[in-house]
Design a protein around this ligand. Structure first.
Ligand SMILES: Nc1ncnc2c1ncn2[C@@H]1O[C@H](COP(=O)(O)OP(=O)(O)OP(=O)(O)O)[C@@H](O)[C@H]1O
Ligand SMILES: [Mg+2]
Length: 408
């Protein structure tokens, strides 16, 4: 290539160590926001400009839209760097950046078939613990002919994934492999993260989630935010026969179940009912079954009018709208209640849902949900019931309406 003027953006020391590592397989287990994506974009770019015309360099993320984020970041960086358009250009359709005849392709591991074929000179697998193993196999085969190096980076996410296994091999000193760990403390020392932010995350997040996301240490719960031991400790043989002090209800969307969970004054499950029926029957059943017990109902998906209708019919019923933020708060409240033993349950189906529930780190925050193909209606209903039990705001509204009723 015609010589291009390039000065590397400033990387902090721990970043430089794995960027400059020449092992064929570099595996980095890292804290969130520690600068792994930026560092590896720098590396892949440098590999490309050191390469030859016609060669390909790949960036792989768990899904295509995530690869798009990295693509946009590199584009923005190139724009800001002042490198002229005669040196580089972007192909939006292919999600590809061409630099002097070398190609950096941004791909999603959700389509492993798209990862076969070309000879690849160097590659990055971002968020590796969330990439399909088949994608890694495909990438590995495209690197065979070229003997190209690869950097495999990501957050730690339980132990049951290929990235974790590979990291253990690298850590044990296997040939051609190098292992690095990048914690939130490294990022603080590198000046891109504040100590206060770590402390805040520690306070807010379930323990296992914090351990994985900030300390880069796997949790035995394999991505379960409640903790499998804690769930087990809250398990009881039989429902309570005491009266409920609150209900949480997850309304059926189009195909699934409406689930209603009641807790007694000690936080012990005293009702857990699920059913499928049309809206009219569901409405009647909710109104009849909840009596005057304070009830929190998920108003997402079915639309506000239905929940508004319920709230109009009963002062004791309130709606709760799920957004990614409010769901996160609800689930973190439920996780705290489970870990501190403030709630107990007997329903096996509910316990199954709690055990398979997962958190996912999306880059924008922590997202809580059931794995693909499974449900979390019971978990949501329980979260709502716990919220209703513990959140004085809702109780206050009810007392007020109770007083009004008495005054009449
Ligand atoms: N060496 C650096 N100097 C200054 N800022 C940096 C540096 N490295 C990363 N950053 C900034 O820190 C933030 C996090 O970086 P980056 O997205 O690369 O981290 P990450 O570990 O990939 O995070 P995530 O967990 O979201 O995937 C970004 O805003 C990035 O611009
Ligand atoms: Mg990243």
């Amino acid at each position: 290539m015609e010589a291009i003027q390039y000065s590397r953006p400033k990387l902090y020391e721990a970043q430089r160590k794995f960027v400059d590592c020449e092992a064929r397989y570099t595996i980095v287990e890292a804290s969130t926001k520690a600068g792994k994506t930026v560092a590896c974009l720098v590396w892949l770019f440098e590999m490309a400009i050191k390469g030859k015309r016609g060669q390909h360099f790949w960036w792989i993320a768990p899904i295509f839209p995530q690869a798009h984020i990295a693509y946009e970041r590199l584009k923005k960086w190139l724009n800001d760097s002042g490198l002229g358009r005669e040196v580089w250009r972007a192909n939006e359709t292919k999600q590809q950046i061409e630099i002097g005849g070398r190609y950096i392709d941004f791909k999603g591991a959700d389509d492993p078939d798209s990862l076969y074929g070309e000879d690849v000179q160097a590659a990055v697998v971002d968020e590796a613990s969330r990439c399909k193993e088949t994608a890694w196999h495909a990438l590995r085969s495209t690197l065979t002919a070229t003997k190209g190096p690869v950097k495999i980076i990501g957050n730690v996410r339980g132990r049951k994934n290929w990235a974790y296994q590979l990291a253990r091999k690298a850590e044990s000193g296997e040939r051609d492999m190098a292992y690095f760990k990048l914690t939130a403390q490294d990022a603080v020392d590198g000046g891109i993260f504040s100590q206060a932010e770590i402390e805040d995350a520690k306070r807010m997040l379930p323990a296992g989630v914090f351990q994985e996301l900030y300390l880069a240490e796997p949790s035995d719960d394999g991505g379960n935010p409640f903790g499998l031991k804690a769930i087990n400790a809250c398990r009881i043989d039989k429902q309570s026969i005491a009266p409920p002090v609150c209900y949480g209800i997850d309304l059926a969307k189009s195909v699934d179940w409406t689930w209603m969970i009641g807790l007694d004054r000690d936080g012990v499950e005293c009702a857990s009912n699920r059913w499928k029926s049309d809206w009219g029957q569901t409405r009647t059943r909710i109104i009849d079954d909840t009596g005057s017990v304070p009830t929190l109902v998920d108003s997402t998906g079915v639309g506000d009018p239905i929940v508004e209708d319920l709230c109009r019919a009963k002062m004791s019923i309130q709606g709760f709208k799920f957004s990614s933020n409010s769901k996160q708060q609800l689930m973190e409240g439920l996780a705290a209640a489970i870990q501190q033993g403030r709630v107990r349950f007997a329903d096996e189906l509910l316990i199954n849902e709690l055990e398979t529930f997962e958190y996912e780190f999306t880059g924008r925050g922590v997202k809580y949900s059931a794995p693909e193909g499974l449900h979390d209606d019971g978990v949501c209903a329980l979260g709502l019931a716990v919220r209703q039990m513990e959140e004085p705001k809702y109780a206050m509204d009810l007392n007020f309406s109770g007083m009004l009723a008495k005054a009449k």
